[in-house]
Ligand binder design. Structure first.
Ligand SMILES: NC(=O)c1ccc[n+]([C@@H]2O[C@H](COP(=O)([O-])OP(=O)(O)OC[C@H]3O[C@@H](n4cnc5c(N)ncnc54)[C@H](O)[C@@H]3O)[C@@H](O)[C@H]2O)c1
Length: 409
């Protein structure tokens, strides 16, 4: 059975029914590639709200009960608070289910190593989802850069302004654990939680990072409540490209959005011009979402899908295709080798099987092959960059990521 593609829909359990599940669950409402068989959240009202959309799914208040129930699930979508990622993901992987995990992957490299180890041992696939890599304007920016149209890459600049007005409502309980994470470990909403997306983008565009330096500021909002801004992070890619992320707060600014109201910009400067993505989760100032300037000509893209919520469905579709067709992602970025896929069906609560797929989860390739966006090894590199930035700010000097403990063990 090793590497046999799944023939039927992927049976999915949704663990965590909080804010982001509003977006992650959308992809499962209208697809023939998956069937939601179970829902899990200790909060009854959240479970009930999700169950209204997936009435045939079984409901659980605890992951232990889900895994012990005999419910047959192939993959678990994990959307619990980040400090619980390691515990819940390891439980699920060891039970023989594949995982689609929310970002940030973990709160420490030790946790990431433990999860990768659990995936290796069980033969299950650990994927860390990253919606920005499925945002069509950023995909197009990548294609423009790779085409050589703006010349050789001279630098990459990202800007994120946390605005106070606009966007969807975020309940206090969703913010509370984020503020606790900041208070207890210095892992804030802007550099660690949201910054993860930006560091994933830079790694996706320009490859591994060798060195990072950051000044992470602090803005008190109230007792025990602080944001990690203003902050500036700088890094060097092994390729020689330098990146900068600038984070500021503009609490009295309104920004139209269906989601988070951040003003975000991504600009690649080339030797012959530049390419800019002008907005992402919010709609910015209504400029074209992508502008490319080259040879004295400015081109503006009006035909790209700039509804950020849609990248959640696209990343889920990508993973389902990967699971069902043996590592061949719809965009052809997979290995194309059915043995690298993870199409076997495992029951929840079932121990890892000897016929686990060989191509993506051998000890030499711990957590699935290329094309997953993000496979666990790549996600660990993003985590090393984020945590390296936090550490650099504490030490007030650069951190090298090609040395232990940042480099993969
Ligand atoms: N990809 C993105 O753009 C994006 C955006 C926001 C949040 N996130 C990530 O998604 C995750 C969840 O964030 P959120 O904003 O939805 O938080 P949230 O607090 O709104 O939701 C978390 C849910 O998990 C439930 N939960 C807690 N412990 C559980 C357990 N042991 N088993 C099952 N359920 C449990 C909670 O009751 C809650 O309903 C975090 O890792 C966060 O960083 C990702």
């Amino acid at each position: 059975m090793a590497g046999t593609p799944t023939t039927g829909p992927v049976r999915v359990a949704l663990v965590g029914a909080g804010k982001i599940t509003e977006l992650t669950s959308r992809a499962y409402e209208d697809t023939e590639d998956a069937e939601v068989v179970a829902l899990c959240d200790p909060r009854e009202e959240r479970l009930a709200a999700l169950a209204a959309r997936f009435p045939d799914a079984e409901r659980f208040g605890r992951v232990d009960d889900l895994l012990a129930s005999g419910t047959q699930a192939d993959m678990v979508e994990i959307s619990v608070p980040t400090p619980l990622h390691c515990e819940v993901a390891c439980q699920v992987l060891r039970a023989g289910c594949h995982v689609n995990l929310q970002k940030p992957m973990a709160t420490s490299l030790a946790e990431a190593n433990e999860m990768i180890h659990a995936a290796q041992e069980s033969g299950s696939v650990l994927r860390v989802m990253e919606p920005y890599l499925f945002f069509e304007p950023l995909e197009t920016l990548k294609a423009v850069v790779e085409s050589g149209e703006i010349g050789d890459v001279a630098g990459f600049h990202m800007k994120m302004v946390g605005t106070g007005g606009g966007g969807w409502d975020v309940p206090w309980s969703t913010l509370q654990w984020q503020f606790e994470q900041m208070a207890g470990r210095g892992l804030g909403i802007l550099v660690f939680d949201d910054g993860w997306h930006k560091f994933a983008v830079t790694k996706w565009l320009f490859g591994p990072v060798s060195e990072v330096m950051a000044w992470i500021g602090r803005t008190e909002l109230g007792p025990g409540i602080a944001l990690d801004a203003p902050s500036t992070v700088m890094w060097n890619h092994e390729s020689g490209v330098r990146g900068v992320l600038d984070l500021t707060l503009a609490p009295d600014t309104y920004m139209r959005s269906h989601y988070y109201s951040s003003d975000e910009r991504f600009e690649v400067t080339g030797t012959k011009g530049f390419a800019r993505v002008n907005h992402c989760t919010a709609y910015g100032l209504g400029q074209p979402v992508l502008e490319v300037y080259s040879g004295g000509v400015l081109r503006a893209y009006q035909n790209l899908d700039d509804d950020w919520g849609n990248c959640f469905s696209r990343q889920t579709a990508h993973f389902l295709q990967w699971l069902r067709h043996g590592g061949s992602a719809p965009d052809g970025s997979g290995t194309g080798d059915p043995s690298a896929g993870a199409g076997q069906r495992a029951g929840a609560g079932q121990r890892a099987r000897a016929d686990a797929p060989s191509g993506g989860n051998t000890p030499s390739e711990p957590a699935a092959g290329p094309g997953l966006l993000l496979d666990a090894r790549s996600a660990r590199e993003v985590l090393a960059l984020v945590l390296g930035a936090v550490e650099s700010s504490k030490r007030n000097r650069p951190v090298r990521l090609d040395e232990p403990p940042w480099a993969a063990p």
